[in-house]
Design a protein around this ligand. Structure first.
Ligand code: ATP
Length: 513
């Protein structure tokens, strides 16, 4: 655990030191769970957004994008169920005065039991080697069977109690399991209460006429209310999708783990409208397609897994998360939900307008079903950033810090470094920059010894360093150094653009999907 904590602290401080993420309004001691993207962070975030947008919109003929407003008519949130049901169960500790999500306390407890089972499994795997049959072991080893059954029982009871709004039982469960405040160890709990996560605000100048609004807690509803506008103006034929990226706001009870759970964050969502009855086929299609998108970034297949939901939200008939192995364990990165016709029907009911598709093949009107893919941009950022940060011991025993970002996402693609600050080398370096900057973000660095400059660019995640030396003046060649292999090649200045492009172009990466 201590090692995990250290790793995580390292990630947070690296993000600040190298201009990726700052705490919001830091000179006033920051604002809890709100962060600012700095000069490099904004580029990485933009590149992730673009990578998603191209994969979803540009590469699919039947998907278009929109950019709906953050503020929406308040009835939207009544129709979507957010006014009545967008709650988290919270519990306070009377001694420490700390507030927690009751479901998270219970889930963490269940995960600890799961970890015990996993430990037994790993021990057995080491003991039996090749001959180990995991499936058989988890169903026959008494201890493992007991752990897994206990975990299941706890999670099922919690799901039942939450579903039936039996908050007294959620508290009883916490007490029976003797769950303590993770920070202080106190078991002195208040009752469990529901807490609505939407931020309220007001529209209008005078107090009497002001209208109560919400900052949107998800981008999806902006798509649903525009469904017919897009379908008609774009002459879209079912199945088709509408994609959107944008800010969402949630007054999270416990906001921790850096940009994993923020109060203001960005989502990248796509709602895919299908013929009723065909939703399961599309649900499967999008599960696979989205996982392949993640895998194309090369962060390691073993770092992803699906978590199929047993307890479904009020609007869904199937749902799964793509979980990523964050520095604090596997957690939700993206949700894929088969939302039925719940949203469009609810908006029909509350608005009194028809939100139906006329199928020219059957001459019938129907309300389409929806399959949603929803990924947090900030969580993607954290996944990419935390997975990329490495400390490597080199052959000479020295340690280098390197941010092995997928080259397609790196904020700066190349740094151009004159070996020394005179003899016309800076001028030639600038000439190279003048040419490359039309295609890529490039940086210039002339300070310190070249070795130190390489290390700085490694820590920033820049895939290439281009060094200009005296030979460059004579034959227009330079050294190009690759961040990951540290290999250096002598190449012609005229070849630089193609070499860089080959490694960073979205085309190369998207073709892996
Ligand atoms: P969680 O269970 O972690 O609270 P959720 O199931 O409420 O997430 P969704 O409503 O499905 O999340 O939102 C879709 C995606 O938006 C999530 O997969 C996640 O990547 C992102 N997301 C949700 N809440 C936050 C948040 N507070 N901060 C950052 N990203 C978030």
């Amino acid at each position: 655990m201590a090692k995990q904590d250290d790793l995580f602290k390292n990630i947070v401080s690296h993000a600040k030191e190298y201009g990726y993420i700052f705490p919001s309004s830091e000179i006033y001691d920051g604002l809890s769970a709100v962060y600012d993207y700095a000069q490099n962070g904004v580029e990485l975030k933009k590149n992730i957004r673009e990578y998603w947008w191209k994969a979803m919109v540009q590469m699919h003929e039947n998907i278009v994008g929109i950019d709906a407003a953050i503020l929406m008519h308040p009835t939207t949130w009544k129709a979507s169920g957010h006014v009545d049901a967008f709650n988290d169960p919270l519990i306070d500790n009377k001694d420490s005065k700390k507030r927690y999500r009751a479901d998270v306390l219970i889930e963490d407890y269940a995960e600890k039991i799961n970890q015990k089972a996993q430990k037994e499994i790993e021990k057995a795997r080491a003991r039996f080697g090749e001959a180990f049959n995991e499936q058989e072991f988890v169903t026959t080893n008494a201890r493992v069977v007991e752990y897994l059954a206990k975990k299941k029982e706890i999670l099922e009871r919690m799901a039942r109690s939450l579903e039936t709004e039996n908050l007294a039982d959620v508290k009883a469960l916490i007490e029976e399991l003797e769950i303590a405040d993770p920070e202080t160890g106190s078991k002195n709990w208040t009752d469990v209460k529901q807490f609505n996560l939407m931020f309220g605000t007001k529209l209008g100048a005078s107090a009497e006429s002001a209208m109560d609004l919400y900052l949107r807690p998800e981008t999806a509803q902006g798509i649903f209310v525009n469904f017919l506008n897009v379908q008609k103006s774009g002459r879209m034929k079912v199945p088709f999708g509408i994609a959107q990226t944008g800010k969402a706001f949630r007054n999270e009870i416990v906001a921790r783990q850096f940009i994993f759970r923020m109060r203001e964050f960005e989502q990248m969502e796509m709602q895919f409208f299908v013929k009723p009855g065909e939703e399961m086929q599309w649900y499967k299609y999008w599960k696979t397609t989205r996982l392949n998108w993640h895998l194309s970034l090369g962060l390691g297949k073993e770092n992803y897994r699906f978590h199929d939901h047993e307890k479904l939200a009020h609007y869904a008939n199937a749902a799964a998360d793509i979980e990523f192995n964050f520095p604090f364990g596997f957690k939700e990165l993206e949700g894929i939900h088969s939302r039925t016709d719940f949203d469009l029907k609810a908006h029909e009911k509350h608005s009194g307008r028809k939100l139906q598709y006329f199928d020219p093949e059957t001459n019938q009107n129907y309300v389409p079903y929806v399959v949603e893919t929803s990924v947090g941009l900030d969580r993607m950022f954290l996944a990419v950033f935390s997975n990329s940060l490495k400390e490597e011991t080199l052959e000479d025993g020295s340690v280098r810090t390197v941010l092995r970002l997928p080259a397609v996402l790196a904020p700066t693609k190349a740094a151009v470094l004159p070996l020394i600050k005179r003899d016309g080398l800076p001028e030639l370096a600038q000439e190279i920059i003048e040419d490359l900057k039309w295609d890529f973000n490039v940086a210039y660095d002339e300070k310190d010894a070249v070795g130190r400059r390489y290390r700085r660019q490694d820590a920033l995640g820049t895939p290439f360093c281009i060094t200009v030396d005296h030979q460059s003046l004579e034959d227009k060649t330079v050294t190009i150094r690759h961040r990951d292999s540290m290999k250096q090649d002598r190449v012609k200045v005229s070849e630089l653009k193609d070499i860089i492009n080959q490694e960073v172009s979205m085309r190369t990466w998207l073709q892996k999907i």
